[in-house]
Design a protein around this ligand. Structure first.
Ligand code: FAD
Length: 469
């Protein structure tokens, strides 16, 4: 039995909960598909407490589940339901201090428990810009963003969080601290070890601090939503936009009309554009009044129906457009369970993949519905196939049929089965099946080297030896 007293001693009694009613939100994932068990949830307030926790868990053979905002969509932050060791959730929400802003260096150092929104707001109040932007930004934490290498809607211009990170600090499975909290943009002294932690989903270390890149606030935006008849038409336009506006095209999102139908069950947005086969939300960072005029001419030349388009004419309207996009996953969640795929493909393959693969899925389940949306500019689609009214078990059965078909086609076209959400519990099996075997073996060796007792987030990404979980 885990002695709560020892956890109290390390973190303080106010920072430990073990009552199942209180721990339930932390032991269940965002989609409510995974329900794990944990002896307690602890909320450390300092890196030194995390080090002590790790050392304590090492001795007691307790598995540690690092947790941020618990917005993972693949069960990455949820303890296992039937693990053969006790599990302790270490949630970083109380390590949420902004450490320092270096204005001249365009960098910000924060504790890992800061929410993404907090970081964006802090940068903005100081006249600077942190471009990572996700619908979950009010809850997700920088540590979670790093551990999942989060993407979002501004990747086209700014990259994923890997590209936005100068340095980080993490507590390793042996309690030692990997101190790479540099603010340098150039440093070839070491192997770039922070890259190992970024995207490792809490399996290699607990990230406690990060130094992030900031940018000047874009002088203005041109943001609009317009209909397209096909993915091919959208991509042809994207190519032209990139030619005209180069790196200023910062977002290019796509939404299938079926997703709007789901959306309209829960949110109030009635507009002709919802009937078009696809809608695009595009944002260009500009500081010149002629851009919108030129852009509209370009759209007309491409036979886009401007009457069906929505142009943001103020910052408020721009926020409303983004809100529409961000609420789509929330509407989907309320609509019910679905077989969800966070895939990426070379842009040249997307149209054909969607046409051919969606026909295959319909053949398997003629009553299935699609909801397809995502970051088209990055080649990343949320390609979801559901059954109205299905429960979690029925969706698991559907996934057994659908997932091999989706992932085989994705891989055959040079794509990825996990573009930005990670592997967690839900894609572990598919990773093993589709990952390059040499890369997979190397990953296992790294895990073994850094966490020989398999204490950190067992059963995520990797199978746990002995239990096959
Ligand atoms: P958690 O869910 O708590 O944890 C995720 C993983 O990170 C787990 O493996 C956990 O163990 C690990 N972890 C957490 N904190 C730490 C830490 N300090 N040290 C080490 N490991 C840690 N993702 C995108 O990339 N792009 C999107 O556009 C996007 N949109 C989303 C929209 C919605 C509505 C939702 C619910 C999710 C979305 N996500 C998106 C997924 C999710 O928000 C991201 O993966 C996010 O980065 C997770 O952060 P978190 O703090 O919630 O982490």
């Amino acid at each position: 039995m885990t002695s709560l007293n020892q956890l109290y001693q390390i973190c303080g009694q106010d920072n430990v909960i073990d009552n199942p009613q209180l721990t339930n939100p932390y032991t269940t994932d965002w989609r409510k598909r995974y329900h794990g068990s944990a002896v307690a949830v602890v909320f450390p307030r300092a890196q030194s407490q995390i080090q002590e926790l790790v050392k304590f868990c090492q001795v007691q053979q307790i598995a540690i589940i690092p947790q941020g905002g618990n917005t993972s969509t693949c069960g990455a932050a949820t303890p296992l339901s039937d693990y053969n060791k006790p599990q302790l959730i270490v949630n970083l929400q109380k390590m949420n201090k902004i450490i320092s802003l270096d204005r001249d260096n365009y960098s910000l150092t924060v504790e890992a428990g800061c929410t993404l929104q907090q970081v964006q707001d802090y940068a903005s109040v100081h006249g600077l810009y942190f471009p990572l932007s996700l619908a979950s930004q009010g809850s997700c934490q920088i540590g979670g963003n790093l551990a999942t290498n989060a993407g979002g809607v501004q990747v086209l211009k700014y990259g994923m969080i890997r590209d936005l990170t100068l340095g980080l600090r993490a507590v390793l499975a042996n309690g030692e601290v990997l101190d790479g909290l540099t603010a340098l943009r150039k440093d070839n002294t070491y192997l770039d070890l922070k890259q190992l932690l970024i995207g490792s989903e809490g399996t290699l270390g607990i990230i406690t601090h990060a130094t992030l890149k900031l940018f000047p606030i874009p002088p203005a935006y041109c943001t609009l939503m317009f209909p397209v008849s096909s993915i091919a038409q959208a991509l042809q336009l994207l190519q032209q936009l990139k030619t005209y506006y180069t790196n200023n095209v910062s977002a290019f999102e796509i939404i299938k009309h079926d997703s709007w139908q789901i959306y309209q069950n829960y949110f109030d947005f009635k507009h002709e554009i919802c009937n078009a086969p696809w809608s695009i939300i595009c944002e260009i960072e500009v500081n010149n009044d002629f851009v919108l005029e030129n852009l509209l001419i370009l759209l007309e030349q491409n036979e886009i129906d401007l009457n069906q388009s929505v142009i943001a004419s103020s910052e408020n309207e721009r926020q409303l457009l983004w809100q529409l996009r961000e609420q789509i996953p929330l509407a989907e969640k309320q609509y019910g369970y679905a077989a969800k795929h966070d895939i990426s493909l070379p842009l040249s393959q997307i149209e054909e993949f969607v046409t051919i693969n969606s026909a295959k899925l319909k053949e398997i389940e003629p009553h299935g519905y699609f909801s397809i949306f995502g970051h088209l500019g990055d080649g990343n689609l949320h390609y979801n196939f559901g059954l109205v009214g299905a429960d979690s078990q029925q969706i698991s059965e559907l996934e057994q049929l659908v997932n091999p078909l989706v992932y085989q086609d994705v891989i055959a076209r040079g794509g990825s089965i996990s573009a930005e959400h990670g592997i967690g519990q839900s894609k572990k099996k598919w990773l093993q099946q589709f990952c390059d075997p040499v890369s997979y073996q190397l990953m296992q060796q790294l895990k073994q080297q850094l966490d020989p007792l398999n204490l950190l987030n067992p059963g995520k990404i990797f199978n746990s030896p002995n239990t096959n979980r």
